[in-house]
Unconditional design. Structure first.
Length: 399
């Protein structure tokens, strides 16, 4: 929720929505989930909902591309109807329109999948929210950070420095166009990073504050959570998300790419400083934001999560208990709360190189959105404002 603008990572959970609020206010294996969770991960009951293309939200999508976004796609459902829309082109310099059903990088919306998996493990008594990291991953963190707990990781209250967002350690700040273009030309988009290496970079910098002292958004927290999932289950977090969430919900077009750089099938292209960054090795963001999905698949997940079908009651309460962060959105466990003109929606947004994404909802209505930002900082601020206007209209009818 830092006000610093970065077209890079999902620190924008607070950045873009808080900024938009101010500007617009305006602002592995196909195995079912463990029976120990006592929840149903069956596909949502909106599969027979009436499909609607166009409609009153379409001009708002066009408003985002009019503001400079290369493309934008969105889908909204209330369980009875599914509205789908898109605006813009799939690739700069070409005339083919963006495919509203195409895949995209969901960025930090990945965090909600990781958090759900961790909380399922808590419900199965394989992890405790107040377990220190050192109990499961001894030696990963230095003594002064050894008391960090699973709860603090999920709540973003650890003080762990984030090397993916400092503009130096992993990716040059895209605000420095020459540095970014040079880094990309030298193969930076294809480099592989390990979670342990990123945690080591965080530790080398030192803590920002004592564990639990305050809130600060850090992708490192979710690198550690991904490592915890693997330690406890014996399987990589991507396999656990697949077997526990993606397969049971029928999210057949979603996956965690690991170190694979491409996006298969129809998809929009994303750009940073004029560089096509569509193909990128997402290990730099890992458990904090590597996943690829579609708006339709995300709606399945959002609906199941907010209708209490993925977690036992106690863990659902923990996840959806929103805590103050000192800025506009509140934050629970891998889940944020944003106040609109008529209600508060829960979900997450995110940003990786070239792509921005949203998944927000209530138990009755959900919205998924992806767009490829374009233009300078002023244009992208206008796109963020239009993004928030669209979000408010989807849930409040523009009131």
């Amino acid at each position: 929720m830092s006000p610093r603008t970065s077209p890079r990572t999902s620190r924008r959970l607070s950045r873009s929505l808080a900024a938009a609020a101010v500007a617009a206010l305006f602002l592995g294996a196909a195995v079912p989930a463990s029976a120990d969770t006592s929840v149903s991960a069956s596909a949502p009951a909106d599969t027979s909902a009436t499909a609607v293309v166009g409609g009153p939200l379409q001009p708002l999508l066009k408003g985002m591309t009019d503001a400079g976004a290369v493309s934008v796609i969105a889908k909204v459902t209330d369980g009875r109807q599914v509205w789908t829309g898109g605006s813009g082109v799939a690739e700069q310099g070409r005339r083919a329109p963006v495919d509203p059903e195409g895949r995209f990088r969901i960025a930090s919306v990945t965090k909600t999948f990781v958090a759900t998996t961790v909380l399922q493990l808590v419900g199965e008594h394989r992890l405790g929210l107040d377990d220190p990291v050192a109990r499961h991953l001894p030696g990963l963190l230095p003594e002064e950070q050894s008391t960090i707990t699973v709860r603090q990781l999920l709540n973003q209250r650890t003080g762990l420095f984030d090397p993916t967002n400092d503009g130096v350690s992993i990716i040059p700040d895209p605000g420095n166009e020459l540095a970014f273009r040079t880094w990309a030309a030298l193969g930076g988009l294809n480099r592989t990073y390990t979670p342990a290496g990123k945690v080591a970079a965080s530790v080398l910098h030192g803590p920002l504050f004592a564990p639990g002292e305050r809130w600060d958004y850090s992708n490192t927290n979710f690198d550690v959570l991904g490592m915890l999932v693997e330690k406890v289950t014996g399987r990589p977090y991507g396999e656990e998300i697949t077997r526990r969430i993606l397969r049971p919900l029928g999210m057949n077009r979603s996956f965690l790419p690991g170190t694979s750089s491409g996006i298969p099938g129809p998809h929009a292209h994303g750009y940073t400083d004029g560089v096509d960054v569509t193909e990128q090795n997402p290990s730099w963001i890992g458990a904090a934001g590597e996943m690829i999905s579609t708006t339709g698949d995300l709606l399945r997940f959002g609906r199941a999560l907010l209708q209490d079908r993925l977690l036992p009651p106690e863990q659902q309460r923990e996840m959806t208990t929103m805590l103050a962060t000192g800025t506009a959105p509140s934050y629970g466990m891998g889940l944020a709360g944003v106040r609109l003109s008529c209600t508060t929606v829960l979900g997450h947004n995110g940003e990786v190189l070239g792509f921005k994404s949203d998944l927000w909802g209530t138990a009755d209505r959900q919205l998924a959105l992806s767009y490829a930002p374009g233009g300078d900082a002023t244009a992208q601020a206008a796109q963020s404002a239009a993004e928030f206007k669209l979000l408010d209209a989807a849930f409040c009818g523009g009131n």
